[in-house]
Ligand binder design. Structure first.
Ligand SMILES: NC(=O)C1=CN([C@@H]2O[C@H](COP(=O)(O)OP(=O)(O)OC[C@H]3O[C@@H](n4cnc5c(N)ncnc54)[C@H](O)[C@@H]3O)[C@@H](O)[C@H]2O)C=CC1
Ligand SMILES: O=C(O)/C=C/C=C(\O)C(=O)O
Length: 487
């Protein structure tokens, strides 16, 4: 097996990155491009041995990195961001080739955010502070101590963006990392290892292991030397990871799926509401935050559907490398089958496809809108993770809130209304980690990000990330001359 593959002119090392060295595995798996199904190359297929080596490397590197002054850690993370910025074009084309999301988004939105993730957490580290407070003359000082080796397991829908959301704060906090990217999109994590090494990150501080989650995952998540596990992905995998972590009581952060609603009230700016709805097809619907349930107030439902259909018909589906493309392929034939399975079962149960409802050539799925769906049906309750929306109508705020909250998820919600007071009333009643009012996907790393119910456990972003990746320590210091016996 060759150690490198060339993807769109960019050389990518296909081996693991452990303890500052490239490490091969006896076995490999084939990585395919969703654009045309073409095999991109063979990737190292790690298992328990590679998991053990990576955790040991992270454990050995931990004392040195934890003791590195904050300012030096921050400087290195900024150097990583510089490296990302220098390679935005390469990262963008490799990511698009590997996961099929739009090249223009990767170039102009996603990869700049990757760099920002490192800069943000480097800067936040330097201002991380808590006001001291007094208890009967004693000073309480709260500090954030590095926790130790962290295992970070990440998905394929926004591979480098979502990985660096975890890698950057974990490293900033003084922890060491074992990153396992998804097997359907393994490449940019390997490039990140190169960039981090060039930026001066010491050996063993960031390790990247490749392979199937089912083969390497358990060894990583059940390892007794791992101090934190952060996972983004599906609920069934989260359950399994939580089971492994339970044996060692390893703290977990889980960012899981969603079935988020978009509530369109009759007083909303209907063109804005339609724009928000059509945007849910972004990344072929493979976005955890996507508002896949359109809930529209009865009096405007017909007009909303007419305008939505018109706007959606203008979406251009095709090669994600073309500047004019709006929707690319789905990630993998298995994901395509899964999406189509949901849709065909919904149609068989009586749903009506206003648009789409079928596969297209290759790994593409037609943007789909289904109506005549029951609240308790699979298509309304389960995460499809494809370009598939449902539309239901409601009559008044109470019914809107009831439908919106009636799933096992609680990641996000969007409210379209022209009435600010209604927005406040409705928002207060929604179960969601993030609510957008008359907007969608406005993101800020200072905000807590995460889900309620089965959409996740914990929040990441700003200080919340450091709270998770650190052992918080309160130091209580007595005043000069304190006499413990007599106060
Ligand atoms: N951001 C999100 O909310 C995401 C949600 N999903 C949902 O999950 C569904 C299935 O997608 P999958 O790729 O199968 O998601 P998944 O949850 O199985 O995979 C996500 C990551 O978990 C790893 N993994 C799998 N089994 C593991 C184990 N036993 N221990 C440790 N790590 C393990 C995978 O290798 C990958 O890196 C999607 O259709 C979608 O509904 C998938 C990806 C992202
Ligand atoms: O881009 C963000 O801020 C959040 C993205 C999250 C997902 O797309 C996900 O986890 O699926």
């Amino acid at each position: 097996m060759s150690d490198n593959i060339t993807v769109a002119g960019v050389s990518v090392d296909t081996r693991h990155w452990i303890g500052g060295e490239r490490v091969a595995s006896a076995g490999t798996f084939t990585d395919h491009s969703p654009i045309d199904g073409r095999a991109l190359g063979e990737i190292a297929r790690g298992g328990p041995d590679e998991a053990e080596a990576a955790v040991v490397a992270a454990r050995d590197a931990f004392p040195g990195w934890a003791a590195t002054p904050r300012a030096d850690r921050a400087r290195i993370l900024h150097a990583v961001a510089d490296g990302v910025e220098k390679r935005i074009e390469e990262l963008a084309i490799v990511e698009t080739t590997d996961n099929g999301a739009l090249l223009r988004s990767h170039r102009r939105g996603v990869m700049p955010r990757v760099a920002h993730n490192f800069r943000f957490f480097a800067d936040w580290l330097l201002r991380l502070d808590h006001e001291d407070f007094e208890t009967r003359g004693h000073t309480n000082h709260v500090g954030w101590d590095p926790a130790g080796p962290c295992v970070l397991i990440t998905p394929w829908n926004a591979p480098l963006m979502l990985a660096t959301w975890k890698v950057a704060p974990a490293l900033a906090a003084g922890n060491t990392v074992v990153l396992k990217p998804a097997e359907w999109s393994p490449l940019t994590a390997s490039l990140l290892a190169d960039i981090a090494a060039e930026a001066g990150l010491p050996a063993g501080v960031l390790n990247v292991v490749q392979g199937y989650g089912s083969e390497i995952g358990d060894a990583l998540t059940s390892h007794p030397d791992v101090r934190r596990i952060s996972f983004t992905g599906s609920v069934p995998t989260a359950r399994r990871i939580a089971g492994s972590a339970a044996a060692n009581l390893t703290p977990l952060s889980l960012e899981l799926g969603g079935k988020s609603p978009l509530l369109v009230f009759a007083d909303a700016d209907l063109d804005l509401a339609v724009d928000l709805a059509v945007e849910q097809y972004d990344n072929a619907g493979q976005v955890c935050l996507a508002a896949t349930r359109l809930l529209v107030e009865e009096p405007v439902a017909e007009e909303f559907t007419r305008r939505f259909t018109e706007k959606a018909a203008a979406l251009r589906q095709g090669d994600p490398r073309d500047e004019g493309t709006d929707i690319g392929p789905t990630i993998h034939p298995r994901q395509l089958d899964k999406i189509d399975g949901f849709v065909q079962r919904a149609l068989a149960a009586g749903a009506r496809a206003v648009i789409g409802g079928h596969r297209k050539d290759g790994q593409y799925y037609a943007p789909t809108l289904l109506t005549d769906v029951a609240q308790d049906s699979e298509i309304v309750q389960e995460e499809v993770f494809g370009p598939v929306l449902t539309l239901q109508t409601f009559d008044g705020e109470d019914e809107a809130v009831r439908l919106a909250n009636d799933t096992r998820f609680g990641l996000a919600a969007t409210v379209a209304t022209g009435d600010r007071e209604r927005a406040e009333r409705v928002t207060a009643r929604l179960v969601a980690g993030t609510v957008w009012v008359n907007c969608f996907f406005v993101r800020d790393l200072r905000a807590p990000f995460g889900g309620s119910r089965q959409s996740g456990v914990g929040r990441e972003g700003g200080t919340w990330s450091f709270d998770f990746y650190c052992d918080l320590k309160n130091t209580v210091t007595a005043p000069e001359g304190w006499d413990q016996d007599h106060g």
